[in-house]
Design a protein around this ligand. Structure first.
Ligand code: NDP
Length: 524
């Protein structure tokens, strides 16, 4: 599973056409689309957004004359920007998409750069002018084909890959100066969407004054991961899965995101957020909604919201928080140089590990603990969902025997896989019980199928106007409603919940593992 199959190494990658995907690609490719990336000089843009766009361009999923404009405060020419971006694109080249230097060069030709100050309306007027110029140049050839009666639609998407305190100024200036009045205008936003219920509401209110909900796309890239995309199919397309997904059969569920690295120089950012805000309130809660929601009746986001409304207050007695200290020759969290001196006290209280329990108060899940675990500086990197079923006994045929639990495991990373732990007869003459895995490993099974990176998939969804895979405002606020009381308790001065220190590279606080039997979860 880990290495990938021989066929994967030698196969011709199969990329379904847009037609096969049920999308009117021709009409879309004829459209005139500009994608403006704010924060184009940043880490996220370099690591994820531009490689995803490269993939989409290389696979011909975007309009032929798409215009790509990077925006940042720092001054540089378009040519300088292209040269700076090129090595990152070559490095991130999605090998499975067979992108090569030619693709990168063709991609960069569509790319230009505009510098501005996010607080200056004048600068945004300059951006509008800049956009018109590059659009005119790019769309010139296409324009000849437009009939006089039917003026060409110009669509614009603005991707906010900037720190959140820039959102409001930029969103407002774009509204004033840069929107197209022929075609759609969409805003893609990156987390964090606030740091608690109050700040999320403030941001939401500010954005609502400017844009309608159907123009806002709140990105949670976990929703774009292949395995997360598959959760609803596994549940609702298999006769033997969905009938078992309830408290009669499921003992416990664990959703975990373990990271074997630390804050990697982002300790300053991390101190302000901690890992509950960084990955639990958003990514892991989103995964939980897919695992637990009722069958969506055409509206996925409504089904997720309904589920979130059934989540009870988090019980502090079921919470373990920790912080890694030096271990395995790796410095502790507090030794991260990017933590400012003024934030040292806050850093001491900042969790890099959390285990907590979500309890869902509905007929399907009442009594089933959903254990959420997220930690940095752990012994491995792994993200997975483990659904553990209650033990079975068949005293009539196997007297005195209790079978080990069946498990359905959906591994998001590394090496995507979905497998079931089954109880079997030991092969051969013995009739003894043994556990085996029915194993679907994506690399060996689907090695020759195009599986886009999460950002590519979600960008395409946003361009096509599909909002299902983005976080709705109601969901977002409900998620904060669930976690804000917990955060307030943990961050309050009267909090008696101790941050447990654990060595870097270990399994995290022992207390978290000690709690598992009482949560009816058996460590694999
Ligand atoms: P960076 O810190 O790299 O910042 C992105 C860009 O924003 C910078 O290149 C800089 O460009 C500009 N910028 C930085 N500080 C300011 C400021 N004070 N005022 C205005 N502009 C500023 O962030 P990332 O690229 O890592 O992340 C961007 C956003 O995406 C953040 O909100 C982050 O939380 C979120 N995010 C990041 C992820 C990641 O993996 N990096 C993952 C998920 C979300 P310039 O100076 O050229 O203007």
């Amino acid at each position: 599973c880990n290495a990938g199959s021989e066929s994967e190494k030698s196969c011709q990658l199969y990329v379904p056409s847009a037609h096969e995907l049920g999308f009117d690609q021709e009409a879309f490719r004829q459209g005139k689309l500009s994608i403006v990336i704010l924060g184009a000089t940043g880490d996220l843009a370099r690591k994820e957004i531009f490689p995803a766009l490269l993939d989409l361009v290389a696979q011909r999923f975007l309009p032929e004359q798409v215009v790509l404009v990077g925006v940042g405060r720092s001054k540089r020419t378009s040519e300088e920007f292209r040269q700076q971006l090129k090595p990152a694109l070559l490095e991130a080249c999605p090998s499975q998409a067979n992108a090569c230097e030619g693709d990168v060069n063709a991609f960069l030709q569509k790319m230009s750069y505009c510098s501005l100050d996010y607080k200056s309306q004048e600068d945004f007027k300059g951006l509008q002018q800049f956009l018109e110029e590059v659009e005119d140049a790019a769309f010139q050839s296409a324009r000849k084909a437009d009939s006089l009666e039917q003026p060409a639609l110009r669509n614009r998407v603005f991707y906010f890959a900037v720190p959140p305190f820039v959102f409001e100024d930029a969103a407002s200036a774009i509204k004033e100066t840069c929107l197209t009045d022929s075609g759609f205008n969409r805003i893609i936003l990156e987390k964090p969407f606030g740091r608690d219920l109050h700040t999320a509401e403030e941001l939401s209110t500010a954005l609502k004054r400017l844009y309608t909900e159907d123009q806002l796309y709140r990105m949670d890239h976990f929703l774009g991961y292949e395995v997360c995309q598959n959760i609803l199919s596994v549940r609702f397309r298999n006769a033997f899965v969905e009938p078992l997904m309830n408290n009669r059969h499921v003992a416990a569920v664990r959703i975990s995101l373990k990271e074997d690295f630390g804050t990697q120089g982002r300790g300053g950012y991390f101190t302000k957020y901690g890992n509950i805000r960084d990955v639990v309130q958003n990514h892991l809660l989103q995964v939980l909604t897919l695992v637990a929601l009722e069958r969506p009746d055409g509206d996925l986001r409504a089904a997720k919201l309904e589920l979130l409304r059934a989540v009870r207050d988090i019980n502090m007695d079921e919470v373990v928080v920790g912080q890694y200290v030096a271990g395995n020759d790796h410095p502790g969290f507090l030794e991260d140089d990017s933590i400012a001196e003024r934030d040292e006290e806050a850093a001491k209280r900042c969790p890099t590990f959390v285990q907590l329990v979500i309890r869902i108060d509905n007929d399907r899940w009442r009594g089933v603990p959903f254990i959420i675990l997220a930690g940095k500086g752990l012994e491995e990197s792994r993200c997975e969902v483990r659904i553990q079923f209650k033990e079975t006994r068949s005293p009539d045929i196997f007297p005195g025997e209790t079978c080990p639990r069946n498990e359905l495991v959906m591994r998001v990373s590394p090496h995507e896989a979905i497998y079931m732990r089954m109880n079997m007869k030991t092969p051969g003459l013995s009739g003894d019980l043994t556990q085996s895995e029915l194993d679907l490993c994506y690399n060996s099974q689907y090695g020759c199928t195009y599986r886009p990176r999460a950002y590519a998939r979600l960008l395409l969804e946003a361009l096509r106007g599909h909002q299902d895979q983005f976080v709705g405002e109601d969901e977002l606020l409900r998620a904060w409603e669930i976690f804000t009381p917990l955060l307030e308790k943990l961050e309050g001065h009267a909090c008696d919940k101790k941050l447990v220190k654990y060595p870097f590279g270990s399994q995290g606080p022992q207390q978290a593992r000690d709690m598992l039997p009482s949560l009816n979860f058996l460590e694999p």
